[in-house]
Ligand binder design. Structure first.
Ligand code: R5P
Length: 284
């Protein structure tokens, strides 16, 4: 399997290449005087299985990702896979208001134009795959998150909402502890309150898990509720740490430990999914 990567995912791709069956393909990158970009694969991928790795949260990287997929496709590989560690724009996966663009659909369709199959990691909502005419699979980071917390005596795994409960349940299943999610209580047409009145977390070591930490609003609100429930300690884990406006330092200062995976590299990327993902793609 040959691996091509966008500039932003070079480290992730290098980790994938710890798998002996993966070989990197160098990319030549140039910027023309008018700002337009040029990409060229410096290896032959004709007749070979190729994975192009790229995230879709950064507009310039999206363009690079599509150009690299095009470059690979032009060389007639035997199989072309788009690997998306962090599939950005996934939260707009449906029409919420008339007139909106469905960003997840636009990106899935663009990737599907080139790739024979698409592999994501904990995509926000896998229903986005319905917009593709290719094989799509979502790799779960739950096993890696559970492995990281093995032996930490976690009593309860909490999700910030019912949508994330399956993830909390899976991780709790591996750790052999309880799981739960925050209750939503509508106060009036504009105010929603969250609580965990239905769960006894007193003196417990609680692990709070989510797919994405973006502005950190969801995690900070949930941490406060968990603390107020009398928990002894609060650990926070997410697959994708976007950490808008440096919210990571605020979160880490308020919990016992903050960790995320390496889908988006940060000081908190202590959970490695790149190597497990390469095994999944290589069919090990
Ligand atoms: C929401 O449905 C997601 O699972 C995350 O909880 C949310 O996107 C996190 O965003 P923020 O960090 O901005 O609250």
């Amino acid at each position: 399997m040959h691996i091509v990567s966008t500039f932003g995912n070079v480290d992730f791709a290098k980790n994938m290449m710890m798998n002996q069956s993966m070989k990197g393909v160098e990319v030549e990158r140039k910027v023309f005087p008018d700002g337009e970009k040029y990409f060229r694969l410096l290896g032959d991928v004709s007749g070979k299985e190729v994975s192009v790795v790229g995230n879709t949260n950064n507009d310039s990287e999206i363009l690079e990702f599509l150009f690299l997929l095009d470059a690979a496709k032009e060389d007639n590989p035997s199989k072309l896979t788009a690997v998306v560690p962090y599939f950005g724009y996934a939260r707009q996966h449906t029409l919420y208001k008339k007139g909106e663009a469905i960003s997840a659909k636009v990106l899935i369709k663009a990737l599907s134009d080139y790739a024979d199959n698409i592999v994501t990691v904990d995509i926000h909502d896998a229903s986005s795959f319905k917009y593709s005419n290719k094989t799509c699979s979502d790799f779960s980071a739950s096993g890696s998150i559970a492995d990281y917390f093995r032996g930490r005596k976690i009593d309860l795994v909490m999700a910030p909402d019912d949508g994330a409960f399956l993830r909390a349940k899976e991780i709790a299943g591996t750790l052999g502890c309880k799981s739960g999610f925050m209750n939503k209580k509508r106060i009036d047409s504009t105010t929603v309150e969250y609580n965990m009145d239905h769960i006894d977390a007193a003196d417990s070591n609680v692990l709070l898990v989510d797919d994405i930490i973006s502005t950190g609003g969801t995690i900070l609100r949930s941490m406060e509720i968990i603390r107020n429930s009398g928990a002894a300690s609060v650990f926070v884990a997410a697959t994708h740490g976007l950490f808008v406006n440096g919210v990571d330092s605020k979160i880490s200062g308020l919990c016992n430990e903050l960790v995320v995976t390496d889908t988006i590299k940060s000081a908190y990327s202590k959970i490695n999914v790149s190597q497990k993902l390469s095994g999944f793609i290589a069919g090990d």
